[in-house]
Design a protein around this ligand. Structure first.
Ligand code: SAM
Length: 257
């Protein structure tokens, strides 16, 4: 990639995420609809669960969240107590990091950097995460494979890499994909199992686990549903997750290095 190519990519990213309003927009999106909130929480709990299981009772983990945004994950990592020794967040946008600084009471290390060039030595972190990152690497110059390779590189041998992707095969995601052409927007970078395998090529294939997160976006049109509607969806999700484990509006990928 030439320097100009890379610069125009960074400029585009900063235009998208570097606005004063970007953190508030993201927090609003994640918090205002009960169904979206439910889905975000479900994702977060699943990831924390995988980290707790992966740590096998070890404490003092060095953790990195790539594309940390307003620090939702960093805050929860810090609340893991002695499991987490050092919590670090990287984001391209200083305005996002500013908000993350507030949300973590200055307890996380926050670094402005490009996920395609992480400023860390090889084998630095026990756990590396990325949430709502890969589907947003959807520009013509973005290189999600490079991002994964960087996440892998900075993970210690035996460490965990955990990230989320949106899938294209549920109706609302499919509709959003089609609509983006009418709106002249670049569609999100949707994934399926085959594409995850391509993205994570080079990682130990036996270590790759894929978990379906939730079918709840099937009900997206009723996203303003009252809380009891969400409770019902949660019950359905709990059942479906066991019956069709690698299927969902979103998948969580866990890889051991
Ligand atoms: C949709 S937000 C998700 C934020 C956070 N992970 C969460 O789940 O709340 C995507 C974040 O990734 C960051 N981002 C996008 N491309 C990036 C890149 N190449 N390098 C670093 N950060 C990037 C954006 O600035 C933004 O904060």
């Amino acid at each position: 990639m030439t320097a100009n190519h890379s610069n125009s990519r960074i400029e585009r990213l900063l235009k998208r995420y570097g606005k004063e309003t970007s953190p508030a927009r993201w927090d609003f999106f994640t918090g205002y609809r009960p169904l979206v909130r439910y889905r975000m929480n479900r994702q977060m709990e699943k990831i924390l669960d995988l980290i707790k299981k992966g740590s096998q009772g070890k404490s003092g983990l060095a953790m990195l969240d790539v594309g940390c945004g307003t620090g939702r994950y960093l805050d929860r990592f810090l609340s893991l107590g002695k499991i987490a020794r050092k919590v670090t967040g990287v984001d391209i946008s200083e305005t996002m990091l500013e908000e993350a600084r507030k949300n973590t009471n200055g307890q996380a290390i926050l670094i402005q950097a490009d996920a395609e060039n992480l400023p860390f030595e090889d084998n630095t972190f026990d756990v590396v995460t990325g949430s709502y990152l890969f589907e947003n690497l959807n520009g013509p110059e973005d290189n999600p494979k490079k991002v994964f390779q960087e996440m892998y590189r900075v993970t210690k041998e035996g460490g965990q890499i955990i990230f989320t992707v949106e899938t294209w095969y549920l109706v609302p995601n499919l509709i959003s994909y089609v609509l983006s052409f009418f709106r002249r927007k670049t569609p999100l970078n949707f994934y399926d199992v085959k594409k995850i395998k391509e993205l994570t090529e080079g990682a130990k294939p036996w270590s790759r686990k894929i978990y379906g997160l939730s079918l709840s976006t099937v009900f997206f049109p009723c996203a303003r549903a009252p809380q009891f509607g969400v409770k019902l969806i949660e019950k359905i999700d709990n059942k479906l997750e066991k019956i069709i484990p690698r299927f969902g509006a979103q998948l969580i990928v866990e890889i051991k290095k």
